[in-house]
Design a binder for this molecule. Structure first.
Ligand code: COA
Ligand code: AMP
Length: 631
């Protein structure tokens, strides 16, 4: 079936559609129905099925005779190494790690934080948790200790699995000291930590708390997969909201399995034995869904890539990897392609490699601008498929499904809604707007399998953040429009979230950091356009009256505080001091207008502005730090 018939089949009978999709999963006991809507607007999928995620990712492929196939390639240009792990080897590693965790007292429902760089052990750790029914929460390595501490206190893990270090091109990331610092700051203390020692930096273990990765697995009994209810939480993944407190997105086991398995075949056109690569990080949703789980559910080969699109060692490293590993579908963020394009505008590095196996490039994580899509399509000679989704949904809301016969590509659009998603573009009053008109993008409830089940420790926040504004709908936080052919265009966020190099960050969280500086009376952070990263944050500081310290010094301190409290991933490198912030008469800071000034885009004077003269001051302050002219 092609896209339109498939979407129609879902719309006509969603229950039959998802029950049919569920047949691609190995169940201990199959579910009697797909949707459980007794607690609407809270929905669950396949709740009475009994199943195990790890079995579907690993063991069933060994049973089916795929034991000798490579499950995970570790491609690490930063350590100059490449190696493969077969499904059989993966099964042994996962069952043994799960056995060691169980021997230390980890049981179904316990939380385990995973804080690791891009090494296969990160996937082994996720799968070992899944084998036991322990709920993992993977934390991205680019976050500071304070952010890790917030997550430790929110999900109260019994154990933390970490590596001694991570490797960025120019420096070593000292994971273990960051972990020690985070545990020190957190109120909750884990029972134990397990440290994978890397040869580039061997960490000192804390006696009585830290165990060594290999040592604690020595001589333990491997364990089998634990049968779990379909609505057992598979994992918690924290993402940025409008405040400093991140939201712990919880995904249920069975819906996650069914949706991701469906997506591999129908969106990415990947089946057992194929080779698939998502160049992201396990700390993000793309890493969860498309580095770890979905390719393994499908019995494909996945890639753990430890490097950058440029500089490790050159802008051809993606294409070299695609050639050497014979990748069929490749997935990255537009920012990575922009970084490559800047260093290789004529595509010379692309032509050096044979990319015969590559059928498509998938882009997500931020808006794919038409210039980037056109450049990649011209030089790679394969379809470049933008698709739109969020941490909350776990898989694509809109895409151009290659496995269902791709539709014509319209650069700038992530194409059409996937089965399971009914997309609406709404005005302030919640009424649908005509084609071509910009509005808030909302998804009709229920959301499909694999999407967020709840927010950890904050079920009421789920309602407030996503369900309250448009009754009967999930509010995505994105704004855009649908064209006359039903193609979606995602143009901006409707909240204070910004997207820096494909990483989702909260300007609200950054403002909380700036506000904690002793000289800062008031502040604002906005996202400003950046040719490579899409957006970068810029801070505005109003100082306390009587503050006499040099502005440069205060700005430097603020930049350091942001690195220390949120992490280098925030890429917070620019701030300026202003006397006042532009506000509406009711006191709301006019962030959108400030961003337009910084971007050099024409703007309309807001009718509600309190004092228009402040905008000149903002313009001067931005010009002094190079915006927008220098860019
Ligand atoms: N652990 C620790 N630190 C990390 C990190 C990690 N996993 N990832 C990034 N950082 C640090 C970097 O070292 C850098 O620190 P610095 O300020 O000391 O140099 C900072 O965080 C910002 O990193 P990054 O966003 O990677 O910027 P960059 O300038 O080093 O590289 C790109 C720019 C475009 C090449 C890079 O951002 C990139 O590859 N982006 C793709 C993002 C992606 O795949 N997103 C997934 C969404 S699908
Ligand atoms: P994250 O939860 O980190 O995956 O970020 C999700 C947000 O990134 C979305 O809500 C969008 O704002 C943005 N985003 C992701 N993919 C796309 C895309 N293909 N086009 C436009 N914006 C996107």
């Amino acid at each position: 079936m092609q896209y339109r018939e498939t979407y129609q089949a879902w719309k006509t009978d969603p229950e039959a559609f998802w029950m049919q999709a569920a047949q691609a999963i190995d169940w201990v006991r199959p579910p009697t129905k797909a949707l459980f809507d007794e607690d609407a607007p809270r929905y669950e999928w396949f709740s009475d099925g009994v199943v195990n995620t790890c079995w579907n990712a690993v063991d069933r492929h060994v049973e089916a005779g795929r034991g000798a196939q490579i499950a995970i390639h570790h491609e690490s240009p930063v350590t100059h190494s490449t190696k493969g792990i077969t499904y059989k080897d993966l099964q042994t590693r996962v069952a043994t790690l799960a056995g060691a965790l169980r021997a230390q007292g980890i049981v179904q429902g316990d939380r385990v934080i995973i804080y690791m760089p891009m090494i296969p052990e990160a996937l082994v750790a996720m799968l070992a948790c899944a084998r036991l029914g322990a709920v993992h929460s993977v934390v991205f390595g680019g976050f500071a200790a304070a952010e890790l501490a917030v997550r430790i206190d929110d999900c109260t893990p019994k154990a933390i699995l970490a590596a001694s270090c991570g490797l960025e091109p120019a420096h070593i990331v000292h994971y273990k000291p960051l972990l020690d610092d985070a545990i020190e700051r957190a109120v909750h203390k884990p029972d134990f930590c397990v440290i994978f020692q890397r040869e580039q930096e061997v960490a000192k273990l804390v006696e009585g708390r830290d165990l060594s990765w290999h040592g604690f697995q020595y001589g333990v009994e491997p364990v089998d997969c634990v049968p779990l209810a379909g609505n057992h939480p598979a994992y918690i993944l924290y993402t940025s909201g409008t405040t400093g407190r991140p939201k712990g997105v919880v995904r249920d086991t069975a819906g996650h399995l069914v949706a991701l398995q469906w997506s591999m075949k129908h969106i990415y056109n990947i089946e057992a034995g194929d080779r698939f690569w998502a160049a992201s990080d396990v700390g993000w949703v793309v890493g969860h869904s498309y580095i770890c789980y979905a390719p393994l559910f499908a019995g494909a080969t996945t890639v753990v890539f430890e490097g950058k699109p440029v500089g490790t060692p050159h802008p051809g490293v993606f294409w070299r990897t695609i050639q050497n590993l014979r990748i069929k579908s490749f997935f990255t963020a537009p920012t990575a392609i922009r970084a490559i394009k800047r260093q290789d505008p004529t595509g010379e590095w692309i032509r050096r490699y044979k990319l015969h196996d590559l059928q498509a490039l998938f882009l997500a994580g931020e808006r794919a601008d038409p210039a980037t899509v056109d450049w990649a399509q011209e030089h790679l000679g394969v379809p470049v498929i933008d698709h739109w989704w969020q941490t909350e949904t776990g898989w694509a809301i809109a895409a151009n499904p290659l496995g269902l016969g791709a539709l014509p590509i319209k650069p700038g659009s992530p194409s059409v809604p996937m089965p399971g998603y009914e997309v609406a573009v709404l005005d302030e009053g919640g009424n649908a707007v005509p084609a071509g008109t910009l509005g808030a993008i909302a998804l009709k409830l229920p959301l499909p399998p694999g999407t967020l089940a709840t927010l950890w420790n904050a079920a009421e926040r789920l309602e407030q953040s996503y369900l309250a504004r448009f009754p009967g709908y999930y509010e995505t936080g994105d704004a855009g429009y649908v064209d006359a052919d039903g193609y979606l265009y995602i143009m901006s966020r409707t909240d204070d979230v910004i997207n820096v190099a494909g990483h989702r960050l909260s300007t609200g969280a950054m403002e909380e950091v700036l506000a904690s500086h002793g000289d800062v009376a008031e502040c604002a952070v906005i996202g400003v356009n950046d040719p490579i990263k899409g957006q970068v944050p810029v801070g505005f500081l109003c100082l306390n009256s009587g503050s006499t310290r040099p502005h440069e010094q205060i700005i430097d301190e603020c930049i350091c505080m942001m690195r220390d409290k949120i992490g280098p991933v925030a890429a917070f490198k620019a701030a300026c001091v202003v006397d006042r912030l532009p506000k509406t008469r009711s006191g709301k800071i006019l962030r959108a207008t400030m961003a337009q000034i910084a971007d050099g885009t024409p703007f309309k004077m807001p009718a509600t502005i309190d004092d228009p003269a402040i905008l000149d001051e903002i313009e001067k302050a931005l010009a002094a730090i190079g915006w927008p002219a220098a860019r």
